[in-house]
Design a protein around this ligand. Structure first.
Ligand SMILES: Cc1ncc(COP(=O)(O)O)c(C=O)c1O
Length: 355
């Protein structure tokens, strides 16, 4: 069994660094620190088998738009299943993925066949690479993470739709992972009807801060959704998760307030790290309202990662290649205190010591 290492693994970090799991400032994920407040959960949600509630379907349609849709236990469940289904329904040629991006995609596609990569760090270069590969008919299926995690790279819906149209001629699918798009819903492909060869993945974990309920949605043609549903089997989204999601997806006031809050804190969050990173010789690779990433030499990245962890601050280290690593910083919870010091001050003190 080979499992990829992910951010947010406080249990492993606690075991490695001998620290109580409650004593971390966890910046290693892009999960919103301000989780949607959990509503009252009826006893029946725990007691009954979780058939899909029509209220969840309605709430999802109001939040995401009226498209063919399948709920799953996180978008991760679908990421694992899609490659074999699309190879079967579409074509079995090489899939193209970002070289830097959420690694579960690469893991899943490489189990099923050939893969090729485009730049995950440089959007303009990536667009050129994809355009050229489409021109030469080299792309079987195209996977885009929009915005990309951990680099924050984005493509416009117009560009994505043009690529989908080109792929259509060769029975290719465009898969767009929109796990981090909720801050800017107008940038989603779901603002318009989807072409038959487009699959959009959404996660309830990131913006709503509800990664623990394991809920995601897939939007695609009925033929794709049917195959996925067959593979997933029954009762895929548990009852309590459905209750929480119905409330969260329907709560437009919370959603718009949260977008405003995250946007207004974004510069402050960036400035916690930027000056020190620049002084250390790192450079800014990209940002999102829920994280910002810096590129640097592997030795420096490892040193900072370890020093932070020894101080109870968990950040995400991504090895890109033998000369380049990336550190991704999630949002500091401005209301958290650790050892009677605010998390913000604690982080400031640590990074100033390092620079
Ligand atoms: C880009 C991206 N897509 C999908 C996922 C999977 O999220 P979930 O299974 O919680 O919906 C992650 C998790 O970190 C991610 O970063």
């Amino acid at each position: 069994m080979s499992l990829l290492f992910h951010g947010g693994d406080i249990q492993s970090a606690s075991a490695i660094y001998g620290r109580d799991p409650c004593q971390w400032i966890d910046l290693s994920t892009g999960i919103n620190q301000h989780s949607y407040p959990i509503p009252k959960i009826e006893q029946s949600a725990w007691h009954q088998l979780p058939y899909l509630s029509p209220k969840l379907t309605t709430a999802a349609a109001s939040y995401y738009g009226a498209h063919g849709c399948l709920a799953s236990s996180g978008s991760q469940a679908i990421i694992q299943l899609l490659p074999s289904i699309l190879h079967h329904l579409g074509n079995a040629r090489a899939a193209w993925l970002p070289d830097v991006g959420y690694q579960e995609h690469r893991h899943a596609w490489s189990k099923c066949g050939d893969i090729n990569t485009y730049s995950g760090l440089d959007g303009a270069l990536a667009a050129k690479q994809i355009d050229a590969a489409l021109e030469d008919n080299l792309i079987g299926h195209l996977l885009i993470i929009n915005p990309n995690n951990p680099t924050g790279e984005r493509f416009t819906p117009k560009k994505l739709r043009a690529w989908a149209q080109k792929l259509h001629a060769s029975n290719g699918f465009l898969v767009v992972d929109e796990a981090f798009i909720d801050n800017t819903p107008s940038a989603s492909l779901l603002t318009e009807p989807l072409a038959k060869n487009v699959v959009v993945l959404r996660s309830v974990g990131k913006f709503f801060g509800l990664a623990g309920i394991r809920l995601g949605f897939t939007f695609a043609d009925e033929s794709v959704l049917e195959q996925l549903a067959k593979e997933l089997g029954p009762w895929i989204v548990n009852g309590p998760a459905q209750t929480v999601a119905i409330a969260a997806l329907s709560d437009t006031l919370w959603q718009s307030n949260m977008r405003t809050t995250l946007a207004s804190q974004s510069l402050q969050q960036h400035n916690i790290w930027q000056p020190a990173m620049t002084a250390l010789g790192a450079y800014h690779a990209g940002s999102h309202e829920l994280f910002r990433s810096f590129i640097m030499a592997p030795k420096l990245a490892k040193k900072l990662h370890q020093s932070a962890a020894k101080n109870g601050i968990l950040i995400r280290l991504v090895t890109i290649d033998s000369t380049t690593s990336l550190l991704r910083f999630g949002n500091v919870d401005l209301s958290q205190n650790i050892h009677n010091v605010s998390a913000l001050e604690y982080c400031h003190t640590w990074i100033q010591q390092e620079s």
